[in-house]
Design a protein around this ligand. Structure first.
Ligand SMILES: Cc1ncc(COP(=O)(O)O)c(C=O)c1O
Length: 364
């Protein structure tokens, strides 16, 4: 008997070559330091809006434009320069679909955010990577040297994940200047923990596009909202490809409240930055190699025992992310920074995991 799967029409060849991507989202009922989410909650003002959403609100198609105007005014750009998306992931996907053609190259400094390569692999473009040195600093000179006439898009997470390193504003603008034929995506998902931005340059630099998310500092990863800001022309091309309904009405209702509550955002970011300092000191005392971070996570080299370490942390109720297969990250785990209290708990779990895995090592 023939297998019904054999009769299924084949996808494009690039899609048949892809693997499904399943981030490890199962069994996360623990202290979640594995996805760089806000570890506490969103603003109470957002919760208040959520409590008022009616079933009537759900019967209507979501209307994005009025909220885009509020977001644009918050960012200091015109409403036509901003498009809201279903998380930055959709922004990346749509941007790549809009610009990457057969024969084009996507240029990526690596290690970096996994989804750039995933979405690029569904297009007909090639991916050119530039490996960071051992310090995992932004490889500015080598990235510039790798620009060719085929480079159509350059994607730079700033701060970068999983390293936590940053590119300087002048470096990003220099790249945009030196590659006027390429779209330069600066993904500022972790902007709030860093503070430096190129958002003010999106109107005057035609090939620059900035992404922001509400999944990290704002604590709204489950609502799925992100945005792209860029020149009028660039954003209007993106709008041609984007579904008009991809940001749902609950997310749209919550965004103005999230943006209004600066006090909550400032408090959460301040708490994370203090917790990061304390946690880094604990890592140093434990004699672990780590990389300086400008985001709400830190990359730590735990060595060959990375798998057992991750498992022991999980057994102690603390989820961390094994990044050892990222290029240049052998033996590394990435640990999200939450509140000081959460990170003291994480530091104690780390100490006991290391004591089991490396008997005889010095105590914190
Ligand atoms: C650099 C970077 N960009 C984008 C995202 C995804 O953001 P969103 O939840 O808005 O899709 C992440 C999530 O981890 C990230 O690290």
């Amino acid at each position: 008997m023939s297998n019904p799967n054999d009769l299924c029409p084949k996808p494009r060849s690039r899609v048949s070559a892809m693997k499904e991507y399943h981030p490890p989202l199962g069994n996360r009922d623990a202290l979640r330091l594995d996805f760089n989410e806000n570890t506490l909650a969103c603003s109470p003002m957002v919760r208040e809006v959520l409590s008022r959403i009616s079933t009537g609100d759900l019967t209507r198609y979501p209307e994005r434009e009025p909220v885009e105007a509020i977001v644009a005014s918050h960012l200091g750009v015109s409403p036509q320069q901003v498009v809201l998306t279903n998380g930055v992931d959709e922004a990346i996907h749509v941007l790549f679909e809009t610009f990457l053609d057969a024969g084009d190259e996507l240029l990526l400094p690596v290690p970096t955010y996994t989804m750039y390569e995933v979405y690029a692999s569904a297009t007909d473009a090639g991916v050119v990577t530039v490996q960071a040195e051992g310090d995992l600093q932004f490889p500015f000179d080598r990235l510039l040297a790798a620009v060719t006439p085929r480079t159509k898009l350059i994607a730079i997470a700033n701060p970068n994940s999983p390293s936590g390193s940053v590119a300087k504003r002048e470096q990003l603008l220099e790249i945009a200047r030196c590659a006027p034929h390429a779209v330069v995506l600066v993904d500022e998902a972790y902007f709030h923990f860093h503070g430096e931005t190129v958002m003010d340059q999106v109107g005057s630099t035609p090939n620059l596009v900035v992404a922001r998310t509400f999944s990290k500092a704002y604590g709204l990863a489950g609502l799925r909202v992100g945005l792209l800001a860029g020149s009028l022309q660039l954003i209007s091309w993106v709008r041609r490809v984007l579904s008009p309904y991809s940001v749902n009405s609950i997310a749209l209702a919550c965004l103005p409240a999230a943006l209004e509550d600066d006090a909550y955002l400032d408090w959460y970011v301040g708490e994370v930055l203090q917790a990061r300092r304390e946690f880094e000191a604990a890592l140093d005392a434990a004699g672990l190699r780590r990389w300086p971070s400008s985001a709400n996570f830190v990359l730590v080299d735990v060595g060959e025992c990375h798998r057992e370490f991750t498992e022991r942390m999980r057994n102690a109720g603390v989820l961390v992310r094994d990044r050892s297969s990222d290029p240049g990250c052998g033996g590394c785990v990435r640990i999200t920074i939450g509140t000081r209290e959460q990170m003291r708990h994480a530091a104690a779990a780390l100490e006991s995991a290391l004591a089991d895995l490396r008997p005889g090592r010095k105590k914190i």
